[in-house]
Design a protein around this ligand. Sequence first.
Ligand SMILES: Nc1ncnc2c1ncn2[C@@H]1O[C@H](COP(=O)(O)OP(=O)(O)OP(=O)(O)O)[C@@H](O)[C@H]1O
Ligand SMILES: [Mg+2]
Length: 375
Amino acid sequence: MSVNTLNGERKLKTIGIIGAGQLGLMLTEAVHGAGARTVVLDPDPQAPAGRAADERIVAAYDDAAALEELCRRSDAVTYEFENVPGSVLIPLAERYCIPQGFRPLYDSQDRLREKDNARSHGLRTPAYAAVDDEASLRSAVARIGLPSVLKTRTLGYDGHGQAVLRTEADIEKALPMLAVPCILEEFVRFDYEASVVLVSDGRRTIHFPIGRNVHRDGILDLCAVPAEGMDAALGARMAAESRRFMEACGYRGILAIEYFVRGDEFYFNEMAPRPHNSGHYTIEGCTTDQYRELAHYLLGMPLEEPRLVAPTVMKNILGQDLAAAEAVAAEAREGVFVHLYGKSQSRPKRKMGHITFVGMTAPEYEAAWADRFVK
Ligand SMILES: Nc1ncnc2c1ncn2[C@@H]1O[C@H](COP(=O)(O)OP(=O)(O)OP(=O)(O)O)[C@@H](O)[C@H]1O
Ligand SMILES: [Mg+2]
């Protein structure tokens, strides 16, 4: 995508990305596919998107001068993670093109604010209460009951900063968590988890087919689409309420929402205004993917409603499964797409890649593939 043509020379548009992890890597690939460039900012010089991007800035996420430099080099700027501080981003959003703005980050950076916001826009959430000290924890437990989940209000990811409270002993053990503000949530005995990714340009909102998610140790393990066991009416209601929520909040760009499903009801768990791990499957499983639609939004191109190509399963590859994933890649099987992020350090529980199985249902995956990976 070019801005202008001067003597045959084309000035390509540049998308700035705060963060250069795997989401930034896949967004970079989509931006390149649209004929534009990327510049990424990340404190880690080895970060996955750093090698793929056209330019990179190695700096901390709260380095105001570096973020301004990123904005200066970009036609539009986005972020691949939630914890960019408002103190830095708000002033920049006034002077540069950051089309998603700070609002969706602000609303998602604090679990209490996030749930208040979801509720005030009509989404059902699990019961919750703010907890700041032992007394407020005890009164929250008295109201919400056990088991329940204590979470830090900010900076949690992949299940970090969470404790399930089942007994009095668990409450005692969790007290040190109260050094920072927390939230206590009802433990939802869900039938399954689901998520939806949406992209809006303010005129049109599209959404990707809903995925059914399995987490292990608080980390996404599998995403299967269509969401098996979800009846069509529930799926349509979840999609419609998600679209209405995004539009009512006035968000632009990309938004992922995670839900707990129990019976014919669903509960908002959390949201993220960035591409989502559960949306990796869209790259091969849909006619257009979450990165491409975000890229198109950022480049001012029209959005396209996605369609599922075939039943698809996405398996996250953590450090402990990297060797198995490399073996699968070497087999070059039809419909099996192995993505490795090129991280130089592999650790158990670190996201190293993912595999997308197109033309496969969750039971077929369980029967034919699940045994290849660490249980
Ligand atoms: N209230 C709850 N009831 C039951 N299970 C829960 C609850 N809250 C969280 N969990 C379980 O823990 C997982 C991670 O929780 P959550 O999504 O809040 O955290 P996170 O660390 O922000 O995760 P991520 O950013 O990776 O999605 C959920 O997907 C779910 O499996
Ligand atoms: Mg989550």
